[in-house]
Write a protein that binds this ligand. Structure first.
Ligand code: GLA
Length: 354
């Protein structure tokens, strides 16, 4: 009898202890956004699924969210005049409930835009019609979320990677470069308090940076309401050079613009590395952590200009980098692993906050 009681006591005690330990371990993981609260917002891209499957991590570590796809043109207005705000609204609600701010992404882009936008009666749309559709889309979307979205990516990826200045896109080909200025004007009219951003990739590569810089400067000189530039940051553990990143930040900041890092993730692979691995090598894990640390040190150093840093996803079990650009290749670009545990990269980012 006595033996049984002692056993029971020991059992209860060890249960309590392990519970306690679990709570303790949980508390020991610091919150990312709290660690950076003196510097900038810490954001993550979410989708309707990860809002549930990654809820705990999102709520604990991030104070800004971006919809991965749910606020793109094809999601919001798949058919002319028929808007679908269901999923976007859900995100806004989620953010409100959890005291999180929302970055709007994206109003005008060549990709994920339905083909009806650029056509009329079997022909390419006229300049007037396309401008009208663009303004209508922007005023409807930005107007709906007025006061609830702190920054919008108004135009995404309008600059070319090749020798020409502007990307060859239906927006540019039909309207000309003024589609950019017009998009910003329409967004500003719909929500004068929202910060309006131009967003692009390869934005720190010297040649493309110069073209982006020239365009931004021209817009500012014309009095176009533009407030910031988004550096996407789909980088890798090798690339690009940290010095290039610093130069780009300084260059854009010299225009008096705010800077957001909008889509940060660090692939463990070089772009054309075709190896398919079951897990990242120890060397990759270490390199990635070091690079995240260096990057956040740089972001901190420029935090007078950088006001928001968003990772493009929450944890390695859900990332667009799987299969891209190499089909069948798993990648591990984020701060939390496939089991939602903090990686070395996470601890390195925390270290950099101190
Ligand atoms: C671009 C877009 C993002 C996203 C990524 C790939 O960077 O701006 O919305 O689609 O490509 O996931």
């Amino acid at each position: 009898m006595r033996k049984r009681r002692v056993l029971l006591f020991a059992l209860v005690l060890s249960l309590l202890l392990s519970l306690n330990l679990a709570v303790f371990a949980e508390e020991e993981i610091p919150s990312l956004w709290e660690a950076y609260s003196d510097y900038f917002l810490i954001g993550t891209a979410v989708n309707s699924r990860t809002l549930n499957t990654h809820r705990d991590l999102i709520v604990k570590h991030f104070n800004s969210i971006t919809a991965e796809n749910e606020m793109k043109f094809d999601a919001l207005q798949p058919t002319e005049g028929i808007f679908n705000f269901y999923r976007a609204d859900q995100m806004i609600e989620f953010a409100k409930e959890n005291n999180i701010q929302v970055r709007g992404h994206v109003l005008v882009w060549h990709s994920q835009t339905p083909s009806w936008v650029f056509r009329f009666a079997g022909q390419p749309a006229t300049k007037e019609l396309l401008l009208e559709r663009m303004r209508n889309h922007i005023s409807t979307v930005v107007g709906r979320y007025k006061g609830q979205i702190y920054a919008w990516d108004v135009v995404n990826e309008a600059i070319s990677d090749g020798p020409e200045i502007y990307r060859d896109s239906p927006w540019y080909n039909i309207i000309g470069k003024e589609f950019i200025a017009e998009a910003f004007r329409a967004a500003h009219e719909a929500d004068p308090d929202a910060k309006l951003f131009y967003n692009d990739y390869n934005a720190v590569e010297p040649a493309k940076m110069q073209k982006i810089y020239n365009m931004l400067k021209e817009l500012i000189e014309e009095g176009v309401p533009i407030h910031g530039v988004g550096i996407q940051g789909h980088w890798s553990i090798e690339h690009p050079d940290l010095l290039q990143i610093m130069r780009a930040i300084e260059k854009y900041a010299s225009l008096g613009l705010e800077i957001h890092i909008t889509e940060l993730d660090l692939s463990v692979f070089a772009w054309d590395d075709h190896r398919k691995l079951a897990e990242p090598t120890p060397e990759m894990i270490e390199k990635q952590a070091l690079r995240y640390k260096n990057l956040f040190n740089i972001f901190k150093r420029y935090s007078d200009h950088i006001t928001s840093v968003t990772l493009w996803g929450v944890a390695d079990d859900s990332t667009w980098k799987d299969n891209y650009p190499v089909q069948g290749r798993k990648d591990w670009p984020l701060l939390f692993d496939v089991n939602h545990q903090p990686k070395e990269a996470f601890w390195a980012v925390i270290e950099a906050s101190k």
